[in-house]
Design a protein around this ligand. Structure first.
Ligand SMILES: Cc1cc2nc3c(=O)[nH]c(=O)nc-3n(C[C@H](O)[C@H](O)[C@H](O)COP(=O)(O)OP(=O)(O)OC[C@H]3O[C@@H](n4cnc5c(N)ncnc54)[C@H](O)[C@@H]3O)c2cc1C
Length: 466
């Protein structure tokens, strides 16, 4: 008779925790899943401000996993990689799909019921309906913390205590991030303010976009008029003076931005050196690959549709492609690149791995993807094996890189969706597989397809050894 390894404790039965459980039991490792919904606190039923049911993997808002196109869309590629890695979340979504064009959307109740049933009926899964308030009094050796953006207060406090001051955020204040190749460098230029060299010795670290007075005034009008997202009472974000939304700054006075994130000092436009810009927007490199740039100081509550329109008024950004738009949300997440190792373990308490949105990925699919990786890493540990990280050329590997090593030293770490900018780039092809010339405007798409094909090939090599 073979003896089973000790159970892994998974905390949180959302998208990430459910997927982590499935990967563990699929590898033959027993799991105890602790989910607080359905349990009691001081005699009262426990829930969160967003969940409506006690079901596992409840979708708290939209019922869509976004595009399902693996050839030309990074989240579609992530779906496909997860399917190939035996994901329960993707299998349940596929089974309960509803018509949604090119998107993968599902009946939320049937989806959650399918995940709940698969785990409840599995002989290696024990589900305990309870809140885990701390790990300090537990002797568990292999833990996956997947408690999500609405992690309960007491466990958040424990995470803060064990990870250190400043390593846990309760809100994200995100500035938009733009694909470098969509910035018009015939209008923008690279230069650091006062040509100051950073630690990397680069005096041209920022991309600068200039505005004249008329452009600035029109921009302020558009910012003030643009529709803003509303806060629900429980997600009200306290504003700190250091990270005010730009529209709030504009409301404080039309010149405020010119003395704040849009100040035009210490910079000379090489395309027009004799004319002093009235205002300048700076973009800072956001990932080590140099494919993404964030708009410095541009955290905003403008609605997403309005953001694209307003920010494309900026000279140089007329055709900007956004890897993500800005936002302010209630979101519990840790500074993963500083406090987690490459296998998602907390450096200060290596028995605990983190997974899901709390690690600084954003969205249902990305959260489940990190659950998949955490489950596989935890299974390898339980079985006395080691598992290499998935290649950086895969969507899974690129996400793992983002939350463990991918951010730039000194830059801020903010939650991120999967996008092609996180993967190592390929040259856009000029001819197709049949030697036919690809028109210029279709080369970007052709490049995405090549990157997707490379990802699936490299994923297969990893799955063969994983
Ligand atoms: C209001 C809101 C709207 C959102 N809308 C969308 C959207 O439309 N599309 C999208 O892709 N993403 C959306 N998100 C993000 C979405 O929540 C996440 O992408 C996804 O649910 C994260 O998965 P997760 O497993 O990390 O966390 P969750 O799915 O939230 O799961 C965490 C689980 O942990 C449990 N838990 C928490 N603390 C404890 C504890 N101490 N002990 C035991 N259990 C605990 C919770 O009850 C929950 O079941 C939204 C988030 C919020 C807050």
């Amino acid at each position: 008779m073979t003896t089973l390894p000790s159970p892994v404790h998974v905390i949180g039965g959302g998208l990430a925790g459910s997927e982590a459980c499935w990967q563990l039991v699929s590898a033959g490792v027993p799991v105890i899943l602790h989910e607080m919904r359905g349990g009691k606190r001081n005699g009262e039923s426990i829930t969160t401000n967003a969940h409506q049911t006690d079901g596992l993997a409840e979708l708290v808002c939209s019922n869509s996993f976004r595009s399902d196109d693996w050839q030309f869309n990074a989240v579609g590629l992530l779906h496909e990689e997860m399917r190939r890695a035996g994901s329960l979340i993707l299998a349940s979504a596929d089974k309960h799909q509803v018509p949604a064009g090119g998107a993968l959307a599902m009946d939320r109740d049937n989806f959650s019921a399918a995940v709940t049933e698969a785990l409840s009926n599995h002989p290696l899964v024990t589900i305990v309906r309870e809140e885990v308030t701390t790990l300090a009094d537990k002797d568990w050796e292999n833990i996956v913390v997947a408690t999500g953006p609405l992690t309960s207060e007491s466990l958040s406090q424990y995470v803060l205590d064990v990870s250190g001051e400043g390593q846990l955020s309760f809100f994200d204040a995100i500035a938009p991030i733009i694909h470098y190749e969509s910035i018009d460098m015939s209008k923008a230029w690279k230069q650091s303010r006062y040509d100051k060299e950073g630690p990397g010795g680069d005096a041209a670290a920022y991309i600068n976009c200039p505005m004249d007075k008329d452009q600035y005034e029109a921009f302020i009008d558009a910012l003030l008029a643009g529709p803003k997202a509303e806060f629900k009472d429980w997600e009200h974000v306290p504003y700190f003076d250091g990270c005010l939304p730009i529209e709030v700054m504009a409301e404080r006075g039309r010149e405020t931005l010119r003395y704040g994130p849009m100040k035009p000092v210490g910079l000379t436009n090489p395309h027009n050196p004799t004319v002093k810009a009235h205002a300048i927007i700076q973009l800072r490199q956001d990932n080590a690959l140099g494919t993404l740039y964030n708009m410095v100081g541009f955290q905003t509550k403008l609605k997403h549709g309005a953001q694209a329109d307003v920010f494309r008024m900026i000279p140089g950004l007329e055709n900007a492609q956004f890897a993500r738009l800005g936002g302010l949300h209630r979101n519990t997440f840790i500074q993963s690149p500083k406090i987690l190792d490459r296998e998602l373990r907390l450096k200060s308490h290596p028995a605990a791995r983190f997974a899901g949105q709390i690690t600084g990925v954003e969205g249902y699919v990305e959260s489940a993807a990190i659950g998949l990786l955490a489950g596989r890493f935890a299974a390898a540990q339980a079985l006395g094996k080691t598992l290499p990280a998935p290649p950086e050329t895969t969507a899974l590997g690129a996400l793992l890189n983002h939350i463990t090593i991918g951010h730039l030293e000194g830059g801020s770490f903010q939650p991120m969706n999967i996008n092609y900018g996180l993967l190592p780039q390929l040259e856009a092809p000029k001819v197709d597989e049949n030697g036919q010339k690809i028109p210029l405007k279709e080369r970007g798409r052709a490049k995405k397809r090549l990157m997707s094909l490379r990802a699936l090939q490299d994923l297969q090599d990893w799955l063969n050894i994983a």
